[in-house]
Write a protein that binds this ligand. Structure first.
Ligand code: 13P
Ligand code: SF4
Length: 335
């Protein structure tokens, strides 16, 4: 099977309930599969990128592990002609937007994102028509078409700086994550128009999860991703112990902090990376069920087949890519 044999489908067309997550593989098979993948990557001139929510064995076989933006930057600067993106579709699209001449592969085409699904380009056009002249700031968890309709992109790591860079006399449409939007309103003091989208995984992390752990593990620092449900209430519970951080920000913070224990409020895949990068410290997920089934679709077998068969090749039409790239470049210039 080649990329051309794949049925055409819009990206992000599968709801979280419709994806079947493969069971955990047999760890005894991992070393041989990983060796095969490394050999195929060499043969096919490919670099393997993995988001920090991916399964541990996928993170371990990758050339680079990180957050969505860092990985897209690595993709653009990597010398290899093929990028295997072990992540979700909007990330592979972003890599393709920033690396036009490279082949970008996504091992499982069903790896979508409920947050990116929460706004379509038609909805955004309608929203813009209601607020003519407003500046559109889109989180990177959006489709390429939505990025192309945006003035700026942002990530959890630079959203505050992007909002602060918009002239104060301009209205801002912020999308698609409402929790991130509400937090940005609080820390920037700017009034934002906020799209009511959410990530089903982060929205499921509730203040009560944090409250219990904060009681049980006094002194632990709380690292929260701003997509979490009711981030503002969580800050009130944890006070000075709370730190709102992007995924990569959590890794850097944990490495530099003198604290011994950390409560982690984000997708649990990050724990593998935290344990690797900050050994000897204790990391406790506030909600063990915070698992992104889209991220867990990627298995070693699928990465191997992706390399062998060239599946699933991600493309973004040139005209959309050019406009989406502008929004990404404006963000990069700020941060
Ligand atoms: P990052 O941009 O921090 O990689 O996060 C992406 C994501 O999907 C968070 O849920
Ligand atoms: Fe999307 Fe949420 Fe999964 Fe991140 S954790 S990829 S925002 S569904």
């Amino acid at each position: 099977m080649t990329a051309a044999d794949q049925p055409a489908r819009p990206l992000d067309a599968f709801g979280p309930g419709s994806v079947v997550v493969p069971p955990p593989g047999d760890p005894a098979t991992f070393p041989a599969l990983q060796a095969e993948i490394r050999e195929l990557a060499r043969e096919h001139d490919a670099v393997i990128l993995a988001h920090s929510y991916e399964r541990p064995e996928i993170q371990d076989v990758a050339d680079h592990v990180g957050d969505s933006l860092n990985l897209s930057r690595v993709a653009a600067s990597a010398p290899q002609s093929t990028i295997v993106f072990c992540g979700v579709s909007f990330m592979a699209e972003t890599a393709k937007i920033l690396s036009r001449s490279k082949r970008v592969l996504l091992p499982d085409i069903k790896a979508g994102c409920s947050l990116a699904d929460s706004i379509t380009v038609e909805q955004l056009r309608g929203w813009k028509a209601e607020h003519r002249g407003a500046v559109v700031v889109s989180y990177v968890n959006t489709t390429a078409a939505v990025k192309a309709e945006s003035d700026y992109c942002c990530t959890s790591g630079n959203a505050r700086a992007v909002i602060n860079a918009v002239p104060v006399d301009k209205q801002i449409l912020f999308l698609p994550d409402m929790f991130l939007g509400l937090w940005l309103q609080r820390v920037t003091g700017r009034k934002l128009h906020i799209w009511l989208g959410e990530c089903h995984v982060h929205a499921g992390i509730r203040p009560s999860d944090v409250e219990q752990w904060h009681r049980d593990l006094p002194g632990a620092e709380l690292l929260i991703h701003p997509e979490c449900g009711c981030t503002s209430q969580i800050i009130e519970i944890a006070g000075d112990d709370a730190h709102i951080l992007s995924t990569e920000g959590m890794v850097t913070y944990a490495q530099q902090s003198t604290a011994e224990a950390f409560l982690i409020a984000t997708e649990t895949g990050i724990l593998h990376r935290l344990n690797l990068k900050a050994p000897g410290k204790r990391f406790v997920p506030v909600n063990r069920e915070a698992v992104c089934q889209y991220m867990k679709l990627t298995t070693l077998e699928k990465v191997r087949d992706s390399l062998r068969l060239g599946i699933h090749e991600i493309d973004v039409p040139a005209e959309i890519a050019a406009r989406a790239r502008l929004a990404l470049e404006r963000m990069i210039a700020i941060s």
